[in-house]
Design a protein around this ligand. Structure first.
Ligand code: HEM
Length: 143
């Protein structure tokens, strides 16, 4: 642990003391969720604007989001070890994120969680935490 508060799954437990990272099924399940998420972003017309903010090849984006989520859910701190403090709002400052962009991101993640069969308490937790973080990323008014 690095002690950096990430506003995610630290200190949260499911069932018999499982962190959200364990509840989701560990690293391979986080990666599968990230892959499903970016596949949705490629597929959904409503996500075309946020897809266009990303590089043509999504390999690095997939790695970075998976590394971030591992730590954010209470698992290994790959992202922090490689890149330092997440400072997610600052890292998103170059992109124009309005309410519609936030909604498109959330739609892709919601469909990805559906696809991965994430439900129950874990789903409720993730819906709320993703919602909070995605809203925090808004840096432009609508229009
Ligand atoms: C609200 C709508 C959002 C939009 C439009 C958006 C868009 C982007 C874009 C365009 C990138 C750059 C991709 C790249 O460098 O490969 C990025 C990076 C990233 N995003 Fe988002 N994002 C959003 C929300 C989120 C949320 C909610 C999270 C976390 C749950 C997140 C986590 C990350 C991470 C970890 C990176 C890599 C940061 C870096 O190292 O530069 N993003 N995002």
């Amino acid at each position: 642990m690095t002690g950096i508060p990430m506003g995610g799954g630290e200190g949260v437990s499911f069932g018999s003391g499982h962190s959200p990272f364990e509840a989701i099924g560990g690293e391979s399940s986080v990666r599968a969720l990230v892959d499903a998420f970016y596949d949705q972003m490629e597929r959904q017309g409503d996500a075309a604007e946020i897809r266009a903010m990303h590089p043509p090849a999504l390999d690095q984006s997939r790695d970075k989001l998976a590394w971030f989520l591992n730590g954010w859910l209470g698992g290994p701190q790959d992202f922090v070890e490689r890149f330092g403090h997440p400072r997610l709002r600052q890292r998103h400052a170059p992109f124009q994120i309005n309410r519609a962009a936030r909604d498109a991101w959330m739609m892709c993640m919601g469909k990805a969680m559906d696809e991965r069969g994430i439900e129950g308490d874990l789903r409720a937790f993730l819906d709320a935490r993703f919602d909070h973080l995605a809203t925090f990323m808004i840096n432009r008014p609508d229009g």
